[in-house]
Design a protein. Structure first.
Lengths: 268, 232
C-alpha cells in the first residue's frame, strides 16, 4: 500500500470559491429560479440538470454576473475577502468576468467575435488581462488552438469558416486561455452531433482536471453530467429539488422528479 | 487492530415515488465493524441487499438512517453526513470500489485507465507505467490492447482492466462486488491472489462473491445480512 501523505486535507482548504444564498429571479409573475443556495469549492465541478424551462439558464446567468437576481447574493472569493458580485461597481464586475471567470455559451456565436481571426479571438483575452508582447500572445494562442485540437494552420481563419464543433472548441480556448478559476457552461455540447460531442466532452474532462478548474455546467444530458461533474443539482419549476454527489443523485435518487428523470434513461 | 469501518444502526428503505410511493424495506439496524487485514464476505440470498449495503459503505447509496464511520487519514469520518468533496477525498485516498463492470471513458486507453489512480496519488509517470504494465500482464491482457480504449473490448477484457485499475495500488479499504463473474479459472485465481495480497498488506476487504470456491478462499469472516431483514 502506498502512503498517501502528499494530499492536503479537504477540511483544511480555506474557503469556498463561490457562496450562493437565496438567489431568486422572477419574470413578472413567473418564477425563473427561486431560493437557490450552495457553496462551490476550488476544483469542484457542479452540474445543473432539469427539464426545459426549469430555470437552469436563468440561475447560471445570475451566478455569472450577467443577470442581477431579484433576491439573494452571490459571493465570489478572488482574494482573501469575498466580493458580493452585484454590489461591486459595474466596472469591477466586468474586470472579474474577464480575468477570474469564464463563460462558455451554448451558441459559440454568443461567445466569439465572428469577424476576428481564431488567433485574435484567443489572444484578445490575454490582452484584456494586460499581456502586451505580440509574439508571446500569438505563441500562447497557437498553443491553445492545438490543445483544443484546431490545427495551427487555421490560426488566421475566421470562426465563420469553422464547423460548429470547431467553433465550440475555439470558444473553449478563448475562455480557458486566461486561466480562469471558475467557468460557467450552458449546454456546452448542445447542438453538436454525437461523435463531435464525445470528443468535446473528453477534451473538457481532461482540461477541467488538468487545470483544477471549478466549473458549473448546465446540461439536460445525464450522461454528460455523469462524465463531467462531481456534484449535481436537480431543478424543477425554478426550485432545486435534490442535490448531492453526482453518482448518489443518479444511482439512488430520492425525489419523485429525479426518479422520473433517471428512469427515462436506460443507462447513464 | 485498527478498525477501518464502523457501521452503526444503518437502515435502508427505497421509496418508489413513480410506482404509487411503494416502500421497499431492505434492511434495518445493521451494526458491524471491519478491521484492517480482514476480509468480510457478505452473504444472503439474491435481493437481500448485499450490493445496496456495499454501495452505502462507498457513499453511493444514501441510507435512510444510521452512520458509517470510515477511518480516513487516521480519523473516523461519517461518510453518510460528509459533504461531497470530503466523500470524494475519502474515495481518492481510502476507499476503492471494484465492480464487475468497467465504466468506459471515451478515448482513454486501457493503460491510462490503470495508471490513473497511481498518478492521482502522486506517483511519477515512469513508476505509474511500470506498475500498470505489470498488473495488466499479470491479468493476461494481451499487450496489443494496452494502448486502445476499452470501448470495443470483450466483457472479460473490460473486467480485467477494471480489476487492474483497482488493484494496481490497493486502497486501505476495498469494497468488492462480484469481481470474478465472467472470468475463466486462470484469471479468477489471479483475482483471488490480488485480494489476498491486498489483505495481507493491511487492507480491509468487504466483498460479495457468488462463486463458493472463491468465497472460501477469500473470506476471513462472514456476515449474513438476511438477519437484518426488516420484520414486515
Ligand atoms: N427573459 C425572460 N423573460 C420572461 N421569461 C423568461 C425569460 N427567460 C426565461 N424565462 C422563463 O423562465 C423560466 C426558466 O427559463 P430558463 O431559460 O432558465 O430555463 P432552462 O432550464 O434553461 O430551459 P432550457 O433547458 O429549455 O434551456 C421559463 O419558464 C422561461 O420561459
Ligand atoms: N437504486 C435502487 N432503487 C430502487 N430499488 C433498488 C435499488 N437498488 C437496489 N434496489 C432493491 O433493493 C433490493 C436489494 O437489492 P441488492 O442489489 O442490494 O441485492 P443483492 O443482495 O445484491 O442481490 P444479488 O445477489 O441478486 O446481486 C432489491 O429488492 C432491489 O430491487
Ligand atoms: Mg437553458
Ligand atoms: Mg448484488
Amino acid at each position: 500500500m502506498t502512503v498517501h501523505a502528499s494530499f492536503p486535507d479537504a477540511a483544511l482548504e480555506p474557503a469556498p470559491l463561490l457562496t450562493v444564498s437565496g438567489v431568486s429571479r422572477f419574470y413578472g409573475e413567473r418564477i425563473g429560479c427561486a431560493d437557490v443556495s450552495f457553496d462551490l469549492w476550488p476544483g469542484e465541478v457542479l452540474g445543473i440538470v432539469g427539464e426545459s424551462g426549469s430555470g437552469k439558464s436563468t440561475l447560471l446567468r445570475c451566478l455569472a454576473g450577467i443577470d442581477k437576481p431579484d433576491a439573494g447574493e452571490v459571493l465570489f472569493r478572488a482574494g482573501p475577502e469575498p466580493l458580493d458580485i452585484y454590489s461591486v461597481s459595474e466596472q469591477e464586475r466586468r474586470r472579474l468576468m474577464r480575468t477570474a471567470w469564464g463563460i462558455v455559451h451554448q451558441n459559440p456565436r454568443d461567445g466569439l467575435r465572428m469577424d476576428v481571426t481564431a488567433g485574435g479571438n484567443v489572444g484578445e483575452r490575454l490582452m484584456d488581462r494586460g499581456d502586451r508582447h505580440y509574439g508571446k500572445i500569438r505563441e500562447r494562442a497557437l498553443d491553445w488552438l492545438q490543445r483544443v485540437e484546431i490545427a495551427g494552420s487555421r490560426i488566421d481563419d475566421r470562426p465563420r469558416q469553422f464547423s460548429g464543433g470547431m467553433q465550440q472548441r475555439l470558444q473553449i480556448a478563448r475562455v480557458l486561455v486566461s486561466e480562469p478559476r471558475l467557468v460557467f457552461m450552458d449546454e456546452p455540447t448542445g447542438g453538436l452531433d454525437v461523435s463531435v460531442q464525445a470528443r468535446l466532452l473528453d477534451l473538457l474532462r481532461v482540461l477541467v482536471r488538468d487545470l483544477g478548474l471549478a466549473a458549473i455546467i448546465v446540461t439536460h444530458d445525464l450522461a454528460v453530467a455523469r462524465l463531467l461533474t462531481d456534484r449535481l443539482m436537480v431543478m424543477k419549476d425554478g426550485h432545486v429539488v435534490e442535490q448531492g454527489l453526482t453518482d448518489q443523485v443518479l444511482d439512488d435518487p430520492h425525489h419523485a422528479y429525479t426518479q422520473l428523470l433517471t428512469s427515462a434513461v436506460l443507462s447513464v | 487492530m485498527t478498525t477501518m469501518i464502523q457501521v452503526e444502526n444503518v437502515a435502508k428503505t427505497f421509496t418508489l415515488h413513480n410506482q404509487g410511493g411503494t416502500r421497499l424495506p431492505v434492511f434495518d439496524d445493521v451494526n458491524f465493524t471491519v478491521e484492517a487485514g480482514e476480509a468480510l464476505v457478505l452473504a444472503g440470498a439474491s435481493g437481500a441487499g448485499k450490493s445496496s449495503l456495499l454501495r452505502i459503505l462507498y457513499g453511493n447509496y444514501r441510507p435512510t438512517s444510521g452512520a458509517i464511520r470510515i477511518t480516513h487519514a487516521g480519523r473516523p469520518v461519517d461518510i453518510v453526513s460528509a459533504v461531497p468533496r470530503t466523500v470524494l477525498d475519502i474515495r481518492r485516498r481510502t476507499l476503492g470500489f471494484v465492480s464487475q463492470f468497467l465504466r468506459v471513458i471515451p478515448r482513454v486507453s486501457a493503460l491510462d485507465i490503470v495508471r490513473d489512480p497511481l498518478l492521482a496519488r502522486g506517483a511519477s509517470q515512469g513508476e505509474a507505467s511500470d506498475r500498470a504494465k505489470a498488473m495488466l500482464t499479470r491479468l493476461n491482457l494481451p499487450e496489443r490492447l494496452w494502448n486502445l480504449a476499452p470501448a470495443t473490448f470483450s466483457g472479460g477484457e473490460q473486467q480485467r482492466v477494471n480489476i487492474a485499475r483497482s488493484f494496481v495500488d490497493p486502497s486501505p479499504i476495498m469494497l468488492i462486488d462480484e469481481p470474478t463473474a465472467s472470468l475463466d479459472a486462470a484469471n479468477r485465481d489471479v483475482v483471488v491472489e490480488l485480494i489476498s495480497e491486498a489483505r495481507t498488506a493491511g487492507s480491509a476487504i468487504v466483498g460479495i462473491f457468488h462463486d463458493e470456491a472463491v468465497r472460501e478462499r477469500v473470506a476471513t469472516r462472514y456476515l449474513d445480512i438476511t438477519s437484518f431483514r426488516k420484520a414486515a
